[in-house]
Ligand binder design. Structure first.
Ligand code: IMP
Length: 499
């Protein structure tokens, strides 16, 4: 029996969660198990996520839909999600161009709608990263969840009741506005606008007119997904849960306030579709190894070049094209897509630079670490076993780990693994902490390893380069989790399962 089949043997519910700050490549892992599943369900976040699929040699980026749609599986967008309707309609249309009809899509009637004013507020709130801002993706996710918590959010089901929708839009747009002499004062972006009662009615009507056709377009897919998912569970259907973002970005468990607004933990991922984490038979935790990344602001103990690395990524003009041009690396442009050879010798020279800032640029280019949703350069650091241990504690001791992206560093001369922290006031053996101020002060303790070459032809774990195997063994000890597979290339077949 193939090893991946052994993993799912006798399991009905598999969850794939990210044990770091997102972007670990869980899309590929979900893709690996999508054929096994009857149902693929996602329950957190919104179009802040981005997942690149290669279909017929063309790239499709999904932000809301999950890969289940591509495999014609029952595809659930769960109650915990926040849905940008134009983005969803565009994704459905985009897949239709490839002959994928999304007939089995199910959208929770209880999910919340990201309204245009949420996006406006998010972009206005998006304080400059240089001033300590979190650097959100600007997709309206935070303000939408804020309205949900404040009990003035608009749910998918509200789209089909004109009176409720009208009232809720009015509440959402104007509840917090100051009133004087019958006029409302609303903050739009950074501008304070005055609205008369008739203007308010007109604006609500415009918003209604914007939503109505979108609501009609998705109506065939809208249902009580919790009830449906439990029916599938009772019938013995195989269910794959797709986590979004990563544990360290969780509103509950992440490095607050540098977090997203949902809970991408295993518990949050299950709750987001109406399941209990106890329903999950196999939880797979994805870990980028031996480097990891973070986008936006917030502490990152193992970041290459530390503060300078963070500041570099915050500066404007750090797009992929600029980094490539700066080092005279050949690339081609098709529309807004930039193509280059990840294995270009010049990139490898950067990867092996003694200067950490340059090395981070090299690793970013070698592994294509630019945001799928925003194009922002991802911050680069060594894999942090302390952070992984914390993720293992929160997501559960049983989480089995899949390591990704090691192949991108083929040709690296030396790499490091963080196995502890020292703190200037508290000394050694400090554990990972949610406290961002505390975490900013810790100094990582590293174990160094010799580099390795090409991994693409390796078939068995025991044939991986010795230094990589030693690093993985040490990582398992510190992270207190079992590594069951190592991905060795971008394709879903490129994975080495461990006996
Ligand atoms: P928001 O989710 O757009 O509100 O952004 C909050 C923080 O989470 C920012 O630091 C984002 O960069 C980060 N974030 C949100 N979604 C992702 C993701 O899919 N991958 C990595 N980081 C993300």
């Amino acid at each position: 029996m193939a090893l991946e089949k052994l993993l799912t043997y006798n399991t009905q519910v598999v969850a794939v969660v990210d044990q770091q700050w997102g972007d670990t490549g869980k899309g590929k892992v979900v893709d690996m198990f999508a054929e096994w599943a009857d149902v693929v369900a996602r329950g957190t976040g919104g179009s802040n996520a981005g997942h690149t699929l290669v279909f017929d040699d063309k790239e499709i980026i999904l932000h809301l839909l999950n890969v289940g749609a591509v495999y014609d599986k029952i595809t659930i967008l769960g109650n915990g999600m926040v849905i940008n309707l134009p983005a969803l309609v565009e994704e459905i249309g985009g897949l239709a161009e490839y002959g994928i009809n999304c007939d089995k899509l199910r959208i929770s009637r209880d999910a919340h709608v990201v309204m245009p004013y949420h996006i406006g507020r998010d972009q206005a709130n998006n304080q400059s990263l240089k001033n300590g801002g979190i650097g959100s993706t600007g997709r309206g996710i935070g303000p939408c969840y804020a309205d949900k918590i404040a009990r003035k959010g608009i749910m998918i089901r509200d789209l089909y009741d004109r009176d409720i929708l009208h009232k809720k839009i009015r509440k959402g747009m104007f509840l917090d506005a100051a009133t004087e002499n019958g006029l409302k004062y609303v903050l739009e972006g950074t501008q304070l606008l005055v609205r008369s009662p008739s203007q308010i009615t007109r604006e609500v009507d415009v918003m209604m007119a914007h939503l109505e056709p979108l609501g009609e377009r998705i109506k065939p897919y809208v249902t009580d997904t919790v009830k449906e998912l439990h029916a599938h569970l009772r019938e013995g259907k195989k269910i794959l849960l797709e986590g979004a973002q990563g544990l360290l970005l969780s509103i509950e468990f992440g490095t607050y306030p540098y977090v997203t607004s949902s809970d991408p933990s295993l518990n949050g991922t299950a709750a987001g579709v109406g399941l209990s984490a106890r329903d999950v038979d196999l939880a797979l935790g994805v870990v980028k190894f031996p480097f990891m990344t973070r986008v936006g602001g917030g502490p990152f103990p193992t970041e290459l070049a530390g503060k300078a690395g963070e500041e570099y990524c915050q500066e404007e003009n750090r797009a992929k094209e600029n980094e490539l041009s700066r080092y005279n690396i050949k690339f081609t442009k098709e529309g807004d897509k930039i193509k280059y050879d990840f294995r270009d010798q010049k990139i490898l020279e950067l990867v092996n630079s003694e200067d950490e800032l340059t090395q981070a640029i090299g690793i970013r280019l070698a592994a294509g670490e630019f945001g799928a949703s925003t194009g922002r350069p991802r911050r680069i650091g060594w894999t942090d076993a302390m952070a992984a241990r914390y993720a293992q504690m929160i997501n559960g001791r049983d989480v089995k780990l899949i390591l990704t992206k090691a192949d991108c560093l083929a040709g690296i001369e030396e790499f490091k693994l963080c196995c502890g922290y020292a703190h200037p006031s508290f000394g050694m053996w400090i554990e990972f902490s949610r406290d961002s101020n505390f975490l900013r002060k810790v100094e990582p303790e590293y174990t160094k390893f010799h580099g390795y070459g090409d991994l693409s032809e390796v078939q068995k774990f025991k044939d991986l380069p010795g230094s990589l195997q030693s690093a993985i063994n040490l990582f398992e000890r510190y992270a207190q989790g079992k590594v069951v597979a190592v991905s060795n290339g971008p394709k879903k077949e490129q994975v080495i399962f461990r006996r």
